[in-house]
Design a protein around this ligand. Structure first.
Ligand code: FAD
Ligand code: MLT
Ligand code: ZN
Length: 476
């Protein structure tokens, strides 16, 4: 990077003194941009810049290009792979979307919402909801993560089973390229076969190709009637069977299918006040199945009863309760509390894997055996979007173990899981992305052809390698 003072002056010219945070001057405010929410990844920004319009983002990126500075885009900083955090060199400029908060358009007839990248996901949901429509992106971090971050990570969450990942909901994008040019691809079209689908390159690119400044999202009809089933299951195979039954009985009205192991539920009850497991701790797995209908008079309770009867006839569940309204919200709080609860139990090794549904039970059994060999007593905090074949296969240390001893074993424990993911034809990152955390492991499982293509895309759009270097792909 060229002279940091000259870069700072150039950035202040664009966004004003209040839009540039400087180490040694604004250290309190800088801290939240320098490390992720868990404190698992920390770096040292050269500067943090807070542009408030697309033109300002473009001018910021032009200034960074002129001064040879690397750029780290950052939204809500809730990512789980270290992608939004600068490295330790003190030379990277964090470009935050905190001030890109406008809702630009809500087109009810077209069922689309156009928002700037820094809009918090829950606010985007609320904007759609106010018009009687649904933005079906739902996840535990929705009160803090941003639409730009969700797009950049192709986030999943609990609505994927019914509505698809973020990728399926993005109709258009506005992106500032590394050289400061603006690509205005803000089209709200559901059909557009005019060449390469460029927007999809930026979805899931984790900020390595440009800064997303605005997004057109496809909306859905609002779900007017919801019911949840909290079911006790004796195995993951039973969960997969139940999913098949739910789809037979309720079709598209299965809006979520989440599964939680006993250790993951116990952690929430220990650490998140006010949570309760209505079936108690004895079931090795519990499922939360949600059924929803857009018709205001739909009898979803009757649908739930039909599902329970069919599943009981097939021996797919041991026990069940049906919940609506606040009781259903309380079950979701139990599910969504796992991430936070696990943080109270020392360092957590987060894994986010997917395998084909038919392989899920075998995969977990093979991992359990391998993990027990490496570290007897390791706590397997497995839970997640099993309806999508996606398990958060997290690990916590055995009680009484030193953090450092546990972390020293992390590579071997991770290798046990990844070897089984590979053996079962799965993915080591189902929805969280790669960041720095999974970059090298992902590369080890990709073919040379796949890696060459990825590097070629990166070179074509970011020839100087200044956009979020070292994330997704090793810096060249
Ligand atoms: P950040 O963390 O700020 O950034 C994430 C990545 O995107 C970084 O690489 C960053 O450089 C890049 N980026 C951010 N904004 C932009 C932009 N405007 N342009 C270009 N690049 C950008 N994820 C799931 O997929 N499913 C879940 O169910 C889920 N649940 C979660 C629950 C909890 C409690 C927490 C803490 C996290 C969860 N996450 C989940 C992970 C995380 O919330 C998502 O990945 C989210 O999409 C990140 O959004 P963010 O705004 O915080 O992005
Ligand atoms: C979740 O689904 O709760 C998150 O994606 C997983 C996590 O925070 O580890
Ligand atoms: Zn998840």
């Amino acid at each position: 990077m060229a002279d940091p003072d000259l870069l700072r002056t150039a950035l202040v010219d664009v966004v004003g003194e209040r839009g540039v945070l400087v180490p040694g001057v604004h250290d309190d405010r800088l801290a939240t941009y320098a490390a992720d929410w868990r404190g698992a990844y920390a770096g040292r920004p050269a500067l943090v810049v807070l542009p408030s319009t697309t033109d300002e983002v473009a001018a910021v990126l032009r200034a960074c290009a002129a001064h040879g500075a690397a750029v780290v885009p950052q939204g809500g900083n809730t990512g789980l792979c270290g992608g939004a955090v600068p490295d330790a060199s003190g030379t990277q400029v964090v470009v935050s979307t905190d001030r890109l908060r406008a809702v630009r358009d809500l087109d009810v007839a077209n069922r689309t919402l156009t928002v700037e990248a820094g809009v918090v996901l829950a606010d985007a949901q609320a904007a759609a909801g106010a018009a009687g429509l649904l933005l079906p992106l739902t996840m535990g971090s929705q009160g803090r993560c941003t639409v730009g971050g969700v797009v950049a990570t192709n986030a999943g969450g609990t609505g994927v089973l019914r509505y698809g990942s973020t990728r399926a909901l993005v109709l258009g994008l506005e992106v500032v390229l590394p050289d400061g040019r603006v690509w205005d691809g803000l089209r709200g079209l559901r059909k557009d076969n005019t060449g390469y689908d460029l927007k999809q390159l930026f979805v899931g690119a984790e900020g390595t190709l440009g800064v997303v400044t605005a997004v057109v999202l496809a909306l859905q009809p609002a779900v007017r009637r919801r019911v949840g089933l909290w079911v006790g299951l004796d195995s993951l195979a039973a969960a997969v069977g139940l999913l098949g039954t739910a789809r037979e009985v309720a079709g598209e009205r299965v809006t979520a299918f989440e599964v939680m192991s006993a250790p993951s539920r116990a952690m929430v009850l220990d650490h998140v006040p006010g949570t309760r497991d209505p079936l108690g701790p004895e079931h090795p797995w519990c499922g939360l199945v949600e059924l929803g209908d857009t018709a205001p008079d739909a009898d979803v309770e009757a649908l739930a009863e039909r599902l329970l009867t069919a599943a009981a006839e097939r021996d797919q569940l041991v026990d069940a309760v049906v919940a609506t309204g606040p009781q259903l919200d309380a079950l979701w709080a139990l599910r969504e509390g796992i991430s936070e609860a696990q943080n109270h139990e020392g360092p957590s090794l987060k894994h986010d894997v997917s395998v084909a549904l038919g392989s899920m039970a075998d995969y977990v059994a093979a991992c359990d055996a391998g993990l027990a060999r490496e570290l007897p007593g390791v706590r397997v905090v497995a839970y997640g979007h099993v309806g999508d074949g996606n398990l958060h296969h997290n690990l916590s240390k055995p009680p009484g173990t030193d953090d450092a001893d546990f972390l020293a074993l992390a590579p071997r424990l991770t290798e046990v899981l990844y070897a089984q993911v590979a053996a079962h034809g799965g993915s080591i990152s189902a929805e969280h992305g790669l960041g720095t955390a999974k970059r090298d492991a992902a590369a080890a499982y990709k073919s040379d052809v796949e890696l060459d293509l990825m590097r070629a895309v990166k070179r074509a759009i970011d020839p100087d390698g200044r956009m979020n270097p070292g994330k997704v792909l090793a810096a060249s």
